[in-house]
Design a protein around this ligand. Structure first.
Ligand code: HEC
Ligand code: HEC
Length: 434
């Protein structure tokens, strides 16, 4: 992974000047709501930060990587399908040139046919393949085909079984959720939550510690042999720590997502978060029926919430990251709700993105225990590698394996934001460019 050159040449960088605005400002109960930094400098444009931007001119520079991830997810390829290593600005590969034309085509289709609304994206045609099928398939076995779910990917755009105009209003469902979760007073009463458990991804199972504190502070430590992988949000800034690597700042919609995850009182904040919300019918989550609520937010992609028909509890949340070409989804399924101090808390959740998924199972949970604010402070240096890792007389092969594992973990923990895979053993570190 010899990307030093690129990283240095792009070292004049953007400092994370994006504070999440999660629309909770109106709440009286939230005290320290993150506010946009006063007179923030206008975000850098893509063409000001990168060398060879011809089509995506004018988009925020921080959206270039999420946009590239949208493309890779849509076509089912890696970065190297279009790029040569260490020289992302070069146009050496034919598919990169084709991709530019495809962007123009996509913009034109939407402009000419859909009043400029982004109805058609790369994924509409490509569906996880570089070569879109022009001919419908034949039935492979006796089970009827499920439309729109190729490549084992679950569609998040529309619930599988939508029946519109049915059941309670969105406002009623949001209220029912607050009641089901323990009621406003009990929820507001929680000011910290400390959890121990395991995180499972890519066949690995690792211990994890999570600390959350009001307002909107959250940090998790995934314990790896090489050292800790850390995901943190301090109410305003988010960052990732990987053993042996510099810290990574979170940007844009990753901050938005981190703020949602960090909110101990989310149930009571949902109503204020949405400028508009509506019920969009029902869907099946596992063997449960759920009502689907779509909440619109000012200047941000909507959030989809799935409430269990019986319990009223939140069983799924889907949020989207904005890119120049389409939305990147993050889906979180909540399960194993248990009663702790009068509130219902999910002890298991699965977070899934186009690039990966993980499941966290909590085994120990305590609320309202003191957690020092220093816990969430961003350290100046990267988290230390564990002694075991430094001292072991490891062969190159072992080193590759472990750096692979670290990147994999990082990719899984903060998917959309900062990492991409250039090839099977070369991870691109976007973070150091932004
Ligand atoms: C299907 C082709 C395709 C894939 C796959 C792809 N890109 Fe790109 N990439 C492009 C195109 C096209 C541009 C130029 C966009 C423009 O001209 O506006 C670009 C531009 C870039 C740039 C700006 C380079 C510069 O200095 O001008 C970077 C960085 C980049 N891509 C990174 C990535 C990464 C990282 C991945 C993998 C996650 C990736 N790309 C995957 C097509 C692709
Ligand atoms: C309206 C349908 C449609 C849309 C939208 C679309 N594509 Fe394509 N794309 C195609 C078709 C059809 C081909 C030709 C496939 C083949 O050669 O088998 C193609 C080919 C490509 C190729 C060349 C693949 C290769 O093997 O060389 C790339 C790269 C590509 N598209 C990228 C994109 C990107 C990026 C987007 C979104 C900005 C996009 N496409 C949007 C239909 C579409």
């Amino acid at each position: 992974m010899n990307l030093k050159g690129v990283q240095l040449s792009l070292a004049t960088l953007l400092i994370a000047s994006f504070a999440p605005v999660i629309g909770m400002g109106k709440s009286r109960t939230v005290t320290a709501v993150p506010t946009p930094q006063a007179a923030a400098v206008a975000p850098k444009k893509a063409e000001e930060q990168f060398k060879n931007i011809q089509v995506l001119k004018g988009i925020p520079a921080e959206q270039v990587f999420p946009t590239m991830q949208f493309i890779t997810a849509s076509l089912g390829v890696e970065c190297e399908f279009c790029h040569v290593q260490n020289a992302f600005d070069k146009d050496d590969k034919k598919p990169k040139q084709t991709a530019r034309k495809m962007m123009e085509m996509m913009f034109a289709i939407n402009k000419n046919n859909f009043d400029g609304h982004r109805e058609v994206t790369c994924y509409s045609c490509h569906r996880g393949s570089a070569h879109p099928a022009a001919i419908p398939g034949v039935m492979a076995d006796d089970t009827p085909l499920k439309p729109g779910e190729p490549h084992g990917m679950e569609s998040v755009a529309k619930p599988a079984e939508t029946k519109s105009n049915e059941g309670p209003t969105a406002a009623q469902l949001l209220d029912k959720y607050v009641q089901a979760a323990g009621g406003e007073a009990a929820i507001q009463n929680v000011n910290s939550r400390v959890m121990k458990g395991t995180i499972d991804f890519s066949g690995m199972s690792l211990p994890i510690d999570i600390y959350a504190k009001d307002p909107l502070k959250r940090i998790s430590f995934t314990h790896m042999a090489e050292g800790d992988n850390i995901t943190a949000f301090d109410g305003r800034d988010g960052w990732l720590g990987m053993s042996g690597h510099p810290l990574r700042e979170m940007h844009g919609s990753d901050l938005d997502g981190a703020a949602i995850d960090a909110d101990l009182h989310l149930a009571t904040h949902l109503k204020q978060m949405f400028s508009e919300s509506r019920t969009e019918g029902t869907a099946k989550i596992g063997d449960h029926d759920a009502y689907v609520v779509v909440g619109q937010r000012e200047g941000k992609p909507p959030i989809r919430l799935y409430f269990d028909k019986e319990s009223g509890l939140l069983v799924r949340l889907v949020r989207f990251g904005e890119t120049a070409l389409g939305w990147l989804p993050t889906q979180i399924d909540y399960a194993d709700y248990r009663d702790v101090d009068g509130v219902k808390v999910p002890f298991r959740w699965t977070l899934a993105r186009p690039s990966g998924r993980f499941t966290i199972q909590v085994s120990e949970l305590k609320q309202n225990v003191p957690v020092d604010d220093g816990k969430f402070a961003k350290p100046l240096a990267a988290p230390e590698q564990s002694k075991a890792h430094q001292n072991s007389g490891k062969a190159a092969r072992q080193r590759t394996d472990s750096s692979h594992r670290i990147w994999l973990a990082a990719l899984v923990l903060c998917g959309n934001c900062v990492f991409g895979r250039l090839s099977l053993n070369g991870y691109v570190d976007f973070g150091s460019w932004l």
